[in-house]
Design a protein around this ligand. Structure first.
Ligand code: ADP
Ligand code: NI
Length: 221
């Protein structure tokens, strides 16, 4: 690939930072910072094209469906403004468009190594201690209950059903987070996910041990 000036990465970083600082649902600047950092690490290990990976990682949530239903148009407009040729823009936009988790029943669309690396970096940030923190931040920012024993988790068959879901935050562990370790692409990410996945299980075991404490009272749950 032709050499592109480093300042495109730097400019993009500043642009994304200024658009995402203070976001309160776990998709804030520091999520982007961590995903970019992890994506660089995975790209080097997996020999993916670093320039495409870095720009896609930085821009991967700027047009997220939860915030913006129009597809990757902000990312496209930004990359055009940076003066990149259309074929490179298309590679980056394809990564962004295939990164997202769309429900248990939806197949993974990340086929290029660049898309797989960015998706793995995003998914590693969804599990472990940080994943747990982000999940409750999302739940709180959307007015959801922490847990409700009357509402069991669902394995959504398609993206529409997944998108409409409004249930409590503990369900998200069963509907997405615990499934991610088997939906990673690269061996490097799979190895890193093991400890983070185990931490989710430890957290849930402790959560339910505390939840199920029973002093013998007759109060109806
Ligand atoms: P992706 O990065 O695959 O597009 P999302 O942006 O949907 O995934 O989700 C990123 C993170 O936001 C999740 O890993 C989780 O922490 C939080 N999140 C998304 N949807 C929910 C939900 N329904 N309940 C709780 N947390 C959620
Ligand atoms: Ni993300």
């Amino acid at each position: 690939m032709a050499a592109y000036p480093d300042d495109i990465i730097k400019k993009t970083l500043d642009f994304v930072k200024s658009s995402s600082v203070g976001e309160a649902s776990g998709h804030d600047w520091w999520h982007i910072y961590r995903v970019h950092n992890m994506a660089v690490y995975l790209a080097r290990k997996e020999r993916a094209e670093l320039f495409v990976v870095e720009l896609a990682a930085l821009l991967h949530d700027i047009d997220d469906w939860k915030f913006n239903a129009q597809g990757s148009c902000k990312a496209h407009a930004w990359l055009t403004q940076c003066g990149l040729p259309e074929n490179i823009i298309q590679q980056i936009v394809e990564v962004i468009d295939t990164v997202s988790y769309k429900g248990a029943g939806e197949p993974n669309q990340a086929t290029t190594i660049e898309a797989q690396v960015v998706q793995d970096a995003d998914r590693l940030d969804a599990i472990g201690a940080i994943g747990i923190a982000r999940t409750f931040a999302f739940g709180g920012s959307h007015g959801r209950e922490i847990y409700n024993p009357h509402c069991p988790p669902l394995l959504h068959a398609n993206f529409d059903a997944y998108k409409k879901n409004q249930s409590h935050t503990i369900n998200h562990f069963y509907e997405k987070l615990l499934l991610l370790k088997d939906r990673l692409n690269t061996d490097t990410a799979k190895a890193m996910a093991a400890e983070r996945h185990a931490f989710l299980e430890t957290f849930l075991a402790e959560f339910f041990a505390e939840w199920n404490f029973n002093a013998g009272s007759e109060t109806q749950k």
